[in-house]
Design a protein around this ligand. Structure first.
Ligand SMILES: [Mg+2]
Length: 369
């Protein structure tokens, strides 16, 4: 089998918009790219490029001009070699563009095999407990109200993205209110989105342990591995960094060997697809560390993330970033939690996705080839 075509159908994002960890004006216009990888045997693989807060236009040029020439004419099952060849050209493209190609190649492989992607890799869990993640809200009361709604809706936990300007004391007061409202035992996590310095992170991390929070995510700037080491030495609550640390798979090694984080973090969009996320998960597993998957920014990446988690022994929770309308669009059989608060990947071949082609066609602005 040979890859004979790669196209990017660019369409206007038809869902809602939200923002996280910033008070900048809301961006409410973006495009998504439907990636189509065609073969000489008529099988196709698909994925989405882009998000409501990050237009696919940013990556589209390099996907068509840099990555397409690398994969044209190749056997789509040479996914491992194709991935390494794409990474060699990352200076002229991005891990997001590489990731969209890689996800489409896994979709294609699953279709040929007649298996959902998690079965192709090797299923480890048949469903995954889901937690809800807040957008950045204006008042403490809004965070408390959302926490109560999330618990009522059946999610197994609630993660906040507090306002970037909150001090340790403001954050402690906020999370004490949330804990009082949702009660003891409900799983709470905090994502500081890299906005704190050492003093505030240390004070907040000690308090979050006392409030029985489950993990403390991205307290410090993504590049500050030195201060992460110091912070991890002092805190009892598990610290989770590496979601947006610069670079791909090879940049995890110092975070592990320097004890700069307790969990590894990534997702198929930010880190370059299912292939490097699998490698990262197994690397983490070798060190008895969990690899917790970040939301994927669009419906297809979230479903790809879920197939990945279902195939992993060391990934516990699925992230649902709120509001859902800002991340769900273009897919007819999108994910929803069941009565236990779990999500399950579609069981069709590949990613198992039914695309909303009526909506995509209606909003299409052009096709890049
Ligand atoms: Mg995060």
């Amino acid at each position: 089998m040979k890859i004979t075509d790669v196209t990017l159908t660019m369409f206007e994002w038809g869902g809602g918009h939200a923002q996280y960890g910033t008070t900048n004006p809301l961006v409410n216009k973006s495009q998504i790219g439907l990636v189509t990888i065609g073969t000489d045997e008529g099988v196709t693989g698909h994925s989405f490029l882009g998000a409501s807060y990050r237009s696919a236009e940013i990556e589209a040029w390099s996907m068509i001009n840099i990555l397409k020439p690398i994969i044209m004419g190749r056997d789509p099952f040479d996914r491992g070699a194709i991935y390494e060849d794409m990474v060699k050209r990352v200076v002229a493209t991005s891990f997001r563009a590489i990731g969209a190609i890689d996800v489409a190649l896994w979709d294609l492989a699953g279709k040929v095999a007649g298996l959902p992607v998690h079965k192709l890799i090797g299923t480890h869990q048949h469903s995954v407990p889901a937690y809800a993640s807040s957008p950045t809200l204006k008042t403490d009361e809004e965070y408390v109200d959302l926490g109560l709604k999330v618990k009522e809706a059946g999610y197994v936990g609630y993660k906040t993205h507090p306002p970037a300007h909150y001090t340790a004391d403001q954050n402690i007061a906020l999370h004490r209110k949330i804990r009082d409202a949702v009660g003891p035992g409900y799983r709470l996590m905090v994502d500081a989105a890299a906005h704190l310095d050492y003093g505030h992170a240390l004070k907040l991390g000690i308090a979050l342990k006392e409030l029985d929070c489950y993990w403390f995510e991205d307290p410090l700037p993504h590049t500050d591995i030195w201060t992460y080491v110091k912070l991890c030495e002092k805190l009892e609550i598990p610290v989770m960094a590496t979601e947006y640390q610069p670079g791909g798979f090879h940049f995890y090694a110092p975070w592990i060997t320097m004890h700069a984080t307790d969990y590894l973090r990534g997702d198929v969009a930010v880190k370059g697809g299912i292939t490097p996320c699998l490698m990262t998960a197994l690397l983490a597993h070798g060190f008895h560390m969990n690899y917790e998957i970040h939301h994927g920014g669009n419906s297809v990446n979230n479903i790809a993330n879920l197939h990945l988690i279902q195939a992993l022994p060391n990934s516990e929770l699925f992230e649902v970033l709120l509001p859902g309308k800002a991340h769900k669009f273009g897919v007819l059989n999108d994910l929803d939690i069941d009565k236990r608060g779990h999500v399950t990947a579609p069981d069709g071949p590949g990613l198992g996705i039914e695309y909303d082609m009526d909506a995509i066609k209606r909003l299409t602005v052009g096709v890049l080839r």
